[in-house]
Design a protein around this ligand. Structure first.
Ligand SMILES: C[S@@+](CC[C@H](N)C(=O)[O-])C[C@H]1O[C@@H](n2cnc3c(N)ncnc32)[C@H](O)[C@@H]1O
Length: 320
């Protein structure tokens, strides 16, 4: 899709959700940078407060992402690792003495890193999470898995990563990219973390052309998803590819995984009913908001407004 055919791409959702530019307490306009920083702070607080719920109540253990029943998946455990297994296929083959290096941008408590490092004995795996609580939880998980010499999780912003994160074969984000308010900044930072020719894999929810053109109740569904899930930017794949081209990336793969998601499970229907019954009372709690956002996302996925896709980009050999 050409940029002119789609929605205005790069205005972040953080800005899009506000009417006009907000004012500071002293009446001065708030800068885009301040808005982005406030959004990132909100995402951090959300995961600091709710990670125990996700890892405790969810069915994925240390995985804070959806199960994907892709081809060959035979169990729920495999479904929670299907995307990571796809990432393993992207890594260079084991080379005598040369470790493969991966970095997970938005790594939660390190579930994906543990899975990858457990399957590739030559892997050096780094992770960044904006949540200090998640980083603290990851340490003991990594130690218990006996992988502390090869897996490290740090608190940090994937938009301004520590300078020592360089020369990776693969950078990836699973359900984290959409939280970032600055897609171009994320892509620039990712390019800096990769070796020339290295790959960036982003598995996330993407706006479809239909979602971008949505009006009325469908537009409301997209807005509810954005607000409830602390979305910083919701792009179409075409928009992301266009921004990525400006930071030295070319697309190598774009797979629609939406058909492999579980939609409309009994628990999803129970959440939908609970959200519908309680919405008139305008609940303000952040966990309610995230449930309402999840319900809106289910509707968006079913109605083709949003798609869950694995996008893989290659950093140009001559870029930087
Ligand atoms: C839905 S969780 C996914 C976690 C992990 N990828 C997984 O699949 O288990 C979203 C993750 O994105 C991280 N995140 C969001 N914004 C971030 C940012 N600006 N920098 C680093 N991590 C961020 C959160 O801390 C959280 O770990």
């Amino acid at each position: 899709m050409s940029a002119s055919a789609g929605p205005r791409p790069l205005r972040s959702d953080v800005a899009a959700q506000r009417v006009g530019r907000p004012l500071s307490r002293y009446g001065a306009p708030v800068s885009a940078e301040d808005e982005a920083a406030a959004h990132i702070g909100e995402v951090r607080r959300f995961y600091d407060r709710n990670t125990a719920r996700f890892t405790g109540l969810g069915q994925g253990g240390a995985s804070i992402h959806r199960a994907v029943y892709g081809p060959g998946v035979r169990s729920q455990a495999e479904a929670f690792h299907h995307v990571e297994d796809r990432l393993l296929d992207l890594l260079p083959a084991i080379r005598g003495g040369v470790p493969a290096r991966v970095v997970d941008l938005g790594c939660g408590v390190g579930g994906s890193l543990l899975h990858l490092a457990g399957r590739r004995p030559d892997l050096i795996a780094e992770g960044l999470t904006i949540s200090g609580t998640q980083a603290a939880l990851a340490g003991p998980l990594v130690a218990r898995a006996g992988l502390a010499d090869r897996v490290r999780v740090r608190e940090g912003d994937f938009g301004s990563p520590p300078p020592d994160l360089r020369d990776h074969d693969l950078a990836f984000s699973i359900e984290a990219f959409v939280h970032g308010p600055d897609p171009a900044g994320y892509l620039r930072a990712a390019a800096g973390m990769l070796r020339p020719g290295g790959l960036l894999a982003i598995c996330d929810d993407w706006l479809t052309a239909r979602g971008a053109a949505a009006a009325g109740r469908d537009a409301r569904r997209v807005m509810d998803f954005r607000a409830g899930w602390r979305i910083g930017s919701l792009l179409t794949v075409a928009q992301a590819v266009e921004v990525a081209a400006g930071t030295g990336f070319a697309p190598v793969m774009d797979d629609d995984l939406t058909p492999y998601l579980e939609l409309g499970r009994p628990r999803d229907r129970a959440v939908a009913a609970m959200v519908a019954v309680t919405r008139p009372f305008r609940p303000r709690g952040e966990y309610w908001r995230s449930l309402a956002g999840g319900d809106a996302l289910q509707q968006c996925l079913r109605r083709g407004l949003v798609a869950y896709r694995l996008l893989v980009l290659r950093r140009a050999v001559e870029s930087r």
